[in-house]
Design a protein. Structure first.
Ligand code: SF4
Length: 451
């Protein structure tokens, strides 16, 4: 029987990208191989994100394009997985009646059986029930031969119920993956030549709480740090209130924990943080930043900020700018508040005018661009350690990689450097990347873990 072809279109964050890798792994076992485009596929999966209104709208535009494809190719199966599927369930079929599959966040492991059922019955299959455990957390993925970096899911779901966020409703309660299971996956990745792992979860700092705190996130970090061959460890995302002293100590102690953390602050105003149900103050946040920098002076700190949350006054907004001046983030992902149905913020008064939200966002982004450029400029003339992960998008005479602080560096070099860690002197700084020169006689050394 000829191999069936699969095309996955992914929207959203790193967790969704990794969910798609897991889906591909599952479907490989079911006899599917990757297609280069939707036109060449027998099955198209749209793996969705609905964290922001814009992300959801993009999903609907994409489905509109696939509707035309299905008309010219009736045997094509089309499925929607992930957050939008979880949120809308059966209702998605009203908007997109050509769909064959609607599979929510707790049922991704059932995809092969659902595909077969839809094919046999000729009717769409919708699976969106929440389950006690989420088997798809543990689907190991094998990155392509020669891959340098890999994602590893360690937990999913969230118990925090921030007032603006749909995640607890769409991904369910926090569930941590087994300690030994994670270690087995990291060992398998190292055996395959992976040098860098990024641990994923909606709130990785809460790892272990769902099984009674038998293992903490800091213990997991230390255990992964001891896996031979893993030269770099990263993780995302961290809730500031759960960033313990023990996790901060890992930055001081562990040579292979990269000096980089994504720590969403969301606002610099205590009133807005309380309305958001974030359960920390701006002083708490600044204290965590201080302790992180004491433990790891070079640490890069990135963040998420929302402007125009209901009730945000000009004064509140100025407090966010003040906090940015104090912290001097390396990068910030900033957004205008957009209402998500079902969240607590929908009922809050004090809606901010859309034009005002736009003005605040533009101004805030300009401030952050200045800070990012200053950070990058400060690296010019310094020597950094770069893990090379590919060739440059612009020319195959250049390779590209990341510093331990997660900054992109491009420099002249051949493909033979991919997977190696080399020392590079930074010669120019731009807003989104750095330009470097590899040091003389630098042959590269595999998976270096020295700072
Ligand atoms: S901690 Fe993050 S994922 Fe959880 S509710 Fe808050 S913003 Fe959403």
């Amino acid at each position: 029987m000829a191999t069936k072809k699969l095309f996955i279109r992914t929207f959203g964050c790193q967790m969704n990208v990794h969910d798609s890798e897991q889906l591909e792994e599952l479907l490989k076992v079911a006899g599917y191989a990757r297609a280069e485009s939707a036109k060449d596929a027998d099955l198209v999966i749209v793996n969705t994100c609905s964290i922001r209104d814009k992300a959801e709208q993009k999903v609907y535009s994409q489905l509109g394009r696939y509707r035309h494809l299905k008309k010219s190719k009736p045997h094509l199966q089309i499925g929607v997985c992930g957050c939008v599927a979880q949120q809308h369930g059966e209702r998605l079929l009203e908007k997109a009646p050509f769909l064959d599959l609607v599979i929510g966040t707790h049922n991704l492991d059932r995809l092969p059986e659902c595909i077969a059922r839809a094919r046999q019955t000729g009717r769409p299959v919708v699976e969106t029930a929440f389950r006690e455990t989420v088997p798809s957390i543990g689907i190991p993925t094998l990155p392509a031969e020669g891959s340098v970096s890999a994602f590893v899911t360690i937990m999913q779901g969230c118990d925090n119920y921030c007032a603006f966020c749909v995640v607890p409703y769409l991904r369910g309660r926090e569930e941590s993956r087994g300690f030994e299971d994670i270690l087995a996956e990291v060992n398998a990745l190292a055996a395959r030549g992976v040098k860098e792992v990024t641990l994923l979860g909606q709130n990785v700092n809460a790892y272990g709480k769902s099984f009674g705190g038998k293992h903490s996130f800091a213990q997991l970090l230390r255990a992964i740090g001891a896996v031979p061959g893993i030269g770099r460890i990263r993780f995302t995302t961290s809730h500031p209130k759960d960033l313990s002293d023990d996790i901060i100590a890992c930055f001081r102690e562990m040579k292979n924990l990269c000096e980089s953390i994504h720590l969403p602050v969301q606002s610099g105003s205590d009133e807005i943080l309380a309305r958001m149900n974030r359960r920390y103050t701006s002083a708490d946040y600044l204290d965590r930043v201080r302790r992180l920098r004491e433990a790891s002076p070079e640490i890069a700190i990135t963040s998420d900020i929302i402007v125009g949350f209901p009730g945000e006054t000009e004064q509140d907004y100025q407090k966010t700018l003040d906090l940015m001046e104090k912290v001097r983030f390396d990068t910030v992902f900033s957004f205008r508040y957009s209402e998500r149905q079902g969240t607590a913020a929908v009922g809050l008064g004090g809606k901010v005018d859309p034009g005002e939200k736009r003005r605040r966002l533009i101004e805030l982004q300009a401030l952050q661009d200045r800070h990012t450029q200053e950070k990058h400029d400060s690296l010019v003339g310094r020597t950094v350690e770069v893990l090379v992960d590919g060739t440059s998008r612009n020319t195959d005479r250049d390779v590209t990689g990341r510093t331990r602080s997660n900054k992109i560096v491009n420099f002249a070099g051949g493909r033979d450097l991919i997977g190696r860690t080399v020392r590079v002197r930074i010669v120019a700084a731009f807003l989104h990347s750095l330009r470097g020169e590899m040091l003389e006689g630098e042959g590269g050394f595999p998976g270096c873990s020295s700072r």
